[in-house]
Design a protein around this ligand. Structure first.
Ligand SMILES: [Zn+2]
Length: 318
């Protein structure tokens, strides 16, 4: 159940507009918003300064492309997996839009996806980190993902240290909503902080990364028989560093100490050499952190996902 009062709904709309739109301008903005399911929270945003058009993620891609070409948006907002499909359509010359800015929502935005989207659309990619428990973080004009400290009290609980430093899980208290109070609600996300201060002048803390869910942390056993966590970012790097032919990947951990990796390569690239490099990179990394690798299996092709499912590149099963 998700409840908001009319006041809270208007306050949410005003806040998100104030913190995402560059400024009001003659002619207003056209925003294309891709959602898994329409929520009445979003239906408040339509008027003279803003034309917000919703697209269901279940729509066929060709229909989305035709609709976007007919009404080119200034802002494109959606999960990065969908924005990636639109970027491919853009690179292929089928999608002919020039958005000023992209907003990634609802899924983890990995650095290689950010680069690919920015290159395809020649526009900056910003992030909104939001869930039903609150509006947690928004990118500033400098591109830093600031925690919205005047809207939510975000307490960061340390998770166990991984090989690449501290990770946190957020405990959320919404400071404004009273219709459905959210008080010290622990989310399932894995976060890292950026300790630097931002040039934009905001003193709000900066999130370096959102790295997926706590229950998708992979585990390996070290020489003292202690389980050590490997967070999604560490797993991502050991795969992507192994070869420039890798277009996309999925990682499944069926049991502690082993990985099953699915690779999608650039067209025409032979599979076997890249698969060997990935297996060697995983082995070196896991050993380099003093852990044992039981098994690594590398498979060609991704496991198909339905359009309404959130993309999770690293998943722990069972
Ligand atoms: Zn900033």
């Amino acid at each position: 159940l998700f409840l908001v009062s009319p006041y809270e709904q208007a306050a949410w709309a005003g806040t998100i507009l104030a913190r995402t739109l560059p400024s009001l301008r003659r002619g207003g903005y056209r925003i294309a918003f891709f959602l898994r399911s329409s929520s009445n929270l979003y239906e408040s945003l339509d008027g003279r300064w803003l034309r917000l058009r919703y697209y269901d993620l279940m729509l066929p891609l060709a229909e989305m492309v035709a609709a976007l070409n007919a009404q080119p948006p200034d802002f494109l907002v959606g999960p990065p997996s969908l924005l990636g499909l639109l970027a491919d359509a853009c690179s292929a010359g089928k999608l002919r839009i020039r958005p000023e800015r992209l907003y990634s929502v609802a899924e983890v935005l990995e650095p290689q996806d950010r680069q690919r989207l920015a290159a395809a659309f020649a526009a900056p990619v910003h992030e909104i980190y939001q869930c039903t428990e609150g509006l947690l973080a928004i990118s500033c004009p400098q591109g830093s993902l600031h925690i919205q400290e005047d809207i939510v009290a975000l307490q960061l609980e340390p998770l166990t240290h991984g090989p690449d430093g501290p990770r946190f899980t957020p405990v959320v208290t919404d400071l404004w909503r009273t219709t459905q109070p959210i008080i010290r609600y622990r989310l399932n996300d894995v976060l890292t902080l950026d300790p630097r201060r931002c040039n934009c002048g905001s003193a709000f803390r900066i999130l370096a990364r959102i790295e997926g869910r706590c229950d998708d942390i992979c585990y390996f056993v070290d020489t003292d028989d202690t389980q050590r966590p490997f967070f999604a970012d560490t797993v991502r790097r050991m795969i992507l560093l192994a070869g420039s032919a890798i277009r996309d990947y999925q990682v499944f951990q069926d049991r502690t100490g082993s990985l099953r990796i699915h690779l999608e390569l650039e067209p025409g690239e032979p599979f076997a050499p890249t698969a060997q490099c990935v297996a060697a990179s995983v082995e070196n990394t896991v050993r380099g952190y003093g852990c044992r690798l039981q098994a690594v299996q590398v498979e060609p092709g991704l496991v198909p996902q339905l359009p309404h499912q959130k993309r999770r590149r690293v998943q722990r099963l069972g």
